[in-house]
Design a binder for this molecule. Structure first.
Ligand code: AMP
Length: 275
């Protein structure tokens, strides 16, 4: 696996790839099997696979965990090597935001407004900003993103459509641990007792999906789930919602997605399941 650092080094490598199809896997590092499944999906579909690690300051609010976000670069490189990933780019902040300029003309689509958009208003603006910059440099054919961050996946799919960017955004199913907890770099913040609470999140969401499939009223399913989440010991529930799977508007029928964000101790967890 080639490890690329500066933008110049990257652009030289990019020129050598030429017309081969290029799959991109954007990450913020602290890699786990969820990230590796994106790399594997790219290896299947693309001639060449590039992962990048960039902890994007533009998507963190001042009170969030930018300074303490887990960094495990040596382990990340070893994990990526086991997959057969062709290249890893680790740009500096200066490469992506020259002169510290984090301004952007790209506005997230309306699918960014509810749910995460209400609780982390800066977040999707920061995501589309950094991705548009990476897309300009990398010019990938495919970008592989996790369904774990389902709303983010939709926002980026809407972005390429709206701005007529000729890139296919491919969603990859969520990878979970033996207890069903969606793998996340932030799971590293959980202590043992918090972990025991955290594993209830996915169970409650899967029960909700099953109840809806069996014909139960979505309002009642949601009300019961809120009680279950409280009883499970979560400190705060940002949202637990049943939405249209394509635009995240309120819906009771058709293609639905259940999405939740909860806080336990210092850790914010998100998860979602299809109905
Ligand atoms: P992050 O490093 O958290 O920014 O995530 C980078 C990419 O990995 C995003 O597209 C995430 O949706 C994806 N990802 C994170 N966790 C998982 C998971 N458990 N399963 C599948 N993809 C994931």
């Amino acid at each position: 696996m080639i490890i690329l650092k500066s933008l110049d080094e990257f652009l030289e490598w990019r020129a050598e790839i030429g017309e081969q199809t290029l799959g991109l896997v954007p990450t913020m590092g602290a890699l786990h099997d969820g990230h590796l499944s994106l790399v594997e999906a790219s290896l299947q579909k693309s001639d060449v696979t590039l992962a990048y690690i960039f902890v994007n300051p533009a998507q963190f609010a001042a009170h969030e965990d930018l300074d303490t976000y887990p960094q495990t670069l040596d382990a990340d490189i070893e994990k990526l090597k086991t997959t057969g990933c062709d290249a890893l780019w680790i740009p500096s902040a200066e490469d992506i935001y020259p002169g510290g300029d984090m301004s952007s003309d790209i506005e997230p689509a309306s699918v960014a407004y509810p749910l995460e958009g209400e609780h982390r208003p800066h977040f999707f603006k920061g995501v589309v900003n950094v991705l548009s910059r990476f897309f300009d440099h990398v010019k990938p054919d495919f970008v592989f993103m996790g369904e774990k961050d389902y709303q983010q996946l939709l926002v980026v799919q809407h972005m390429v459509k709206e701005y007529e960017i000729d890139i296919e955004i491919i969603g990859v199913p969520t990878v979970r641990d033996d207890n069903g907890l969606a793998l996340s770099s932030r799971n590293a913040y959980l202590n043992e007792s918090e972990y025991d609470v955290a594993i209830h999140l996915n169970r409650i969401l899967f029960v909700m999906a099953e109840k809806i499939r069996s014909g139960q009223d979505v309002k009642i399913v949601k009300a019961d789930a809120l009680v279950d989440l409280q009883n499970a010991g979560f400190d705060k529930i940002d949202y637990c919602a049943i939405r249209d799977a394509h635009n995240l508007q309120h819906a009771t029928h058709g293609s639905l997605r259940i999405l939740a964000a909860v806080i336990i101790g210092q850790t914010r967890l998100i998860d979602n399941v299809p109905v």
